[in-house]
Design a protein around this ligand. Sequence first.
Ligand code: NAI
Length: 343
Amino acid sequence: MKIAFFDTKPYDKPCFEQYGRRHGVLFKFFDTRLNEDTAGLAKGFDGVCVFVNDIVNANVIEKLYRYGVRVIALRCAGYNNVDVQHAFGKIHIFRVPAYSPYAVAEHTMALLLTSVRRIHKAYIRTRDFNFSLNGLTGFDLHGKTVGVVGTGKIGRIFIDICRGFGMHVIAYDKFPQPDSDIEYVPLEQLFADSDIISFHCPLTEETHHLLNADTIPTLKKGVVILNTSRGGLIDAGALLEGIKSRQIGAACLDVYEEESDIFFEDVSGHILDDDTLARLISMPNVILTSHQAFLTEEALANIAETTVSNIVSYFKDGFCENELCYHCGSIESCKKERKQKCF
Ligand code: NAI
């Protein structure tokens, strides 16, 4: 089982080499991302292993298919960068549905605490022997209302963390968990009533720009926005305007709409072309991390283990429970429900 591994970072290699060696999967690591220009590198491989910023559109899928590639192993949960519909019938796609929902939920709370207690400011001050407290006044999380959009694995854990802080949690989900203790409300009410809003739903056509120029004015004045899900949930330009108008009190972002050419890379020696991002970063009440929420030792080990196990299951057992296809869930056209390959 020979797999071309794209967009390799130093922290990826040790775990993937270790689990791959153990199960007979040989990874060839490429620093470059997968796109139409680099797809040729996958010639002669059984599969490719990709991450969130690799481009797996129809043209790339056609090329990979011609080169004999039969599996795309995503080493992440989200798959909005893959044309799943186009791959149907040609290339099988696997993902890692959960690696450490705790990692993402805990990072979300870390961002919130950093923001509301001005830790990012205090850290820089004390390193410069500035011990003044002026401008560092925060607010208690206890008693505040947090609105959680998406109550899946990560959202659920974030809810529990917030309850530990004595916060009042309300939530919106297109598919609410039946018989749960979660207080579901319509999205409009969540927007209007929350002091803090945290996004944990996937990026789909429906959730694209949930926060935009029309919905931002409906939020509580001074609301704190948390997004560790996908950048496209928020219209970044509208967010910037919301911050400038003081409607939004703070924003903590681990993801950004146009992150693909910037996040995960050191561009410190370059001029940033994205004026919206540059302006957001310049704001004292915006905290940005570079799609880092998943990055814990536990999550990296789980990602490598599940990715390798997906590949091995497919080639050896002829079925992979983490396969993903255009028809997944609809019994007529996808065979996964019958414990077979999707097509
Ligand atoms: P999940 O699949 O367990 O939960 C997603 C929830 O969103 C489900 O309850 C689902 O019903 C709900 N949902 C679907 N459509 C919706 C809609 N239109 N409106 C409201 N809710 C909707 O996913 P999980 O594991 O909790 O991950 C959530 C998101 O976190 C992923 O989609 C991914 O984009 C992001 N993520 C970010 C990471 C990071 O490092 N920043 C790492 C891992 C995931």
